[in-house]
Design a protein around this ligand. Structure first.
Ligand SMILES: [Zn+2]
Length: 319
């Protein structure tokens, strides 16, 4: 099968074998095709051909293609309802792609849901039947696995853990509402917290490293990680705050779903590592009602940047 991880800046296509081994990787830039669906679909088809060629195969040897979409899909997964970074609205992307690939079977899934699926089959949740994944980066996304299957929900939107209310009225979310987990705990919230306190005169190693006071909000996960490792008090507090909010969400999710485990991943979690998981778990445990569920494992994602590609391949395999 071919897995395709589609984003606002690049598309990555790869041939993946039955054991989940990636046989080829083909990358192309997508930014210039925002708002030009037909051209971007052509590029995706070209990337599939590229990945197949790089694996020294013919398209006829491919059983199905799975594509991870950075946006919302309808319940049938035929239609992309909205993908803001691509400028797509109500696009019948599944048929359009199949047409461009000699009628090959194409399956679409949300990109973050694909990553959760990959973690549940090939990563940190391998062998589990129920799992929640939360990815903390520029935004916060997630996915829910129950009975060994990715849950899509009644209308196709299940798994949007980033938009659960954690602190009513506090923090403006990318979706326009307030108090959502994403607004409180994603990387922009961490850097905004640091920027706020720098403005109040608090010292941090993150100022004077070429970032300057007004640039603190543009810090990367790597910058924040380096500061935490150095023992920077403000950076540490900012990350701890993010981890605690994510932990509160974990506690609520355990009460609601009682999964076998919770997997935390994404740029910020990957950068900080075990310390982030420990802070999240510490915040989660007191809120877990069932004594039996008290020690529900909260573990690190294993697949890193490959999760999207592997998840797309698994989605293809399900076809
Ligand atoms: Zn939101």
């Amino acid at each position: 099968v071919v897995g395709v991880d589609l984003g606002g800046t690049k598309v990555l296509a790869g041939v993946v074998d039955h054991d989940g081994k990636v046989l080829s990787r083909y990358k192309a830039k997508t930014r210039q095709y925002k708002g030009q669906p037909s051209e971007l679909l052509d590029l995706i088809a070209e990337s599939v051909h590229g990945a197949v060629g790089d694996a020294h195969l013919e398209l006829s040897a491919i059983e199905a293609v799975g594509v991870g979409i950075p946006g919302a899909l309808d319940p049938t997964r035929d239609l992309v309802s909205v993908a803001p970074n691509l400028g797509w609205i109500n696009l019948p992307a599944r048929d359009e792609l199949s047409k461009r690939l000699n009628g090959i079977t194409v399956r679409l899934e949300n990109d973050v849901r694909n990553a959760a699926l990959a973690e549940s089959v090939l990563g940190a949740g391998a062998g589990s039947q129920s799992m929640v994944a939360i990815f903390v980066g520029t935004g916060i996304g997630g996915g829910l696995i129950a009975h060994g299957e990715l849950q899509r929900g009644t209308h196709g939107g299940a798994g949007e853990v980033g938009h659960t209310v954690i602190r009513a009225g506090r923090g403006l979310c990318s979706c326009g509402q307030k108090g959502h987990l994403e607004a409180l705990a994603a990387r922009p919230a961490v850097t905004a917290y640091i920027a706020r306190h720098v403005k109040r005169g608090e010292k941090t190693t993150l100022v004077g490293r070429g970032h300057g006071k007004t640039d603190v909000q543009y810090l990367t996960s790597g910058d924040v990680e380096a500061a935490v490792k150095k023992g920077d008090a403000l950076a540490t507090r900012a990350v701890q705050r993010s981890a605690r909010y994510v932990g509160l969400a974990c506690g609520s999710l355990v009460n609601l779903l009682d999964p076998q485990l919770i997997v935390l991943g994404g740029g910020l979690v990957d950068a900080i590592g075990q310390q982030y998981l420990d802070w999240a778990a510490e915040a989660a445990r007191p809120h877990i009602l069932s004594k039996l569920a008290h020690d529900t494992p909260i573990v690190a994602a294993k697949l890193g940047d490959d999760a999207g590609l592997l998840g797309a391949a698994l989605t293809a395999r399900q076809a």
